[in-house]
Design a protein around this ligand. Structure first.
Ligand SMILES: Nc1ncnc2c1ncn2[C@@H]1O[C@H](COP(=O)(O)OP(=O)(O)O)[C@@H](O)[C@H]1O
Ligand SMILES: CC(=O)OP(=O)(O)O
Ligand SMILES: [Mg+2]
Length: 393
């Protein structure tokens, strides 16, 4: 690839199931030149992801920052499922794109949107390097005994049935950010990260290395989420099929789109649930209690996995904003060395901040995640390394 040294900008595309988030960053100082989100993809004005990306391109061009800009070094794409093959940021070739498409059955809500993002960006700028940064990559270090399900090994291997984990870009970024906040080296710290967005997952990170995470083969396992059930006895699926007469696709939709908070109370937004709880709404209260109970179980489990916990971090939409979820999750966990300072917890703030008491053995923090910055950093590192005649590498 022949880049001039002025190519210092990276466009990041985070194509989700119903939205496209984008950021344009200048990698000389990590500054954000543009950012935006196109929501409700698939409804009305934005019929599909191609239309959403047209809109992104239009918004950038209107600011004189279009995809035709000679300052662009690359486009970095969030790709949710990388299977066992992709454990590092990867330059997207035809072969790589075909592999990502093959993984669609394992991330049906996410990978198709990621593939469309790559195709649209390639059409607009065929000469530009496109890099895939995988949600699964950070979890590839999980020990085999954590990645395995206890099912027949041959069947599992034939169909790739194992635990991959997701939100890895966020877990990686936040576990480092906590270390920075505490003025410690990430290699000296054992951390539990709770990424609580619409999708939600927990991870146990030992010395910067992921050793366990709550999502599995797909982003359905683990915590209670906005619309996903998280953990469930797999026999519930057989029961719904045999006794309920539901098809596999219907059960898939039930567990991925009509479960979790929305299934329990009809709302998936924690703000609305908090408002309803304030009015004494029993369904909203139950949804909140189920959500928090699951989280507490994971905090306990990951404490045992790590043996010693130095820090616990809350991140993403719910984790960064819901003082109620944070307080309820850690209430009464003094025995695990976790003690929240309720006054600090209730204060709103921007950057990373501590919410534990002085005597809490575990440092408890709220740390804003920045998946886009992390994707841009990894993308730029890769294209700079491949660029001839530059000082990097
Ligand atoms: N002020 C707030 N208080 C409580 N919850 C909030 C607040 N702001 C956002 N959220 C929650 O964050 C969720 C979105 O989180 P986010 O990390 O942006 O998710 P995603 O990246 O999966 O779209 C919302 O569905 C809502 O439940
Ligand atoms: C993998 C996943 O669940 O992503 P999101 O939270 O963006 O839906
Ligand atoms: Mg997210």
């Amino acid at each position: 690839m022949n880049h001039s040294p002025d190519q210092t900008r990276v466009l990041v595309l985070n194509s989700g199931s119903s939205s496209v988030k984008y950021q344009l960053l200048d990698m000389t100082d990590g500054s954000r030149l543009a950012a935006g989100i196109v929501e409700r993809v698939g409804e009305g004005e934005v019929p599909d992801h191609t239309a959403a990306l047209d809109r992104v391109s239009g918004e950038l061009s209107a600011q004189g920052l279009g995809l035709d800009s000679p300052a662009l070094a690359a486009v970095g794409h969030r790709v949710v499922h990388g299977g066992t093959r992709f454990t590092e940021p990867t330059l997207i070739t035809d072969d790589v794109l075909a592999e990502i498409e093959k993984l669609v059955p394992l991330a049906p809500l996410h990978n198709p949107a990621n593939v469309t993002g790559v195709k649209v960006a390639r059409t607009l700028r065929p000469d530009l390097p496109q890099v895939a940064v995988f949600d699964t990559a950070f979890h590839a270090t999980m020990p085999e005994y954590a990645a395995r399900y206890a099912i027949d090994v041959d069947t599992a291997d034939r169909y790739g049935v194992r635990r991959y984990g997701f939100h890895g870009t966020s877990h990686a970024y936040v576990s480092r950010a906590v270390a920075d906040l505490l003025g410690k080296d990430v290699t000296d710290l054992n951390t539990i990260v709770l990424h609580l967005g619409n999708g939600a997952s927990a991870s146990a990170v030992a010395g910067g290395v992921c050793v366990e995470t709550s999502m599995g083969l797909t982003p359905l396992e683990g915590l209670v989420m906005g619309t996903r059930s998280g953990d469930l006895d797999p026999a519930a699926i057989f029961h719904l099929a045999r006794v309920g007469g539901m098809s596999v696709d219907e059960i898939d939709a039930l567990l991925n789109k009509h479960s979790g908070l929305i299934g329990l109370c009809g709302d998936n937004d924690m703000r609305e649930i908090g408002r309803r709880m304030g009015e004494g709404d029993a369904d909203a209260q139950l949804a909140f209690d189920v959500y928090v109970h699951r989280l507490r179980k994971y905090v306990g489990a990951y404490t045992a996995v790590l043996g010693r916990v130095d820090a616990l971090a809350f991140t993403a939409g719910v984790g960064e904003n819901s003082a109620a979820v944070r307080e309820a999750t850690l209430r009464g966990l003094g025995g695990l060395g976790m003690e929240v300072d309720t006054v600090r917890n209730a204060l709103r703030g921007s950057g990373g901040r501590l919410i534990s008491t002085e005597r809490s053995a575990v440092a408890i923090a709220v740390v804003p995640t920045d998946e886009e910055l992390e994707i841009a950093t990894q993308t730029y590192r890769l294209v700079s390394a491949e660029r001839p005649g530059t000082s990097e590498r």
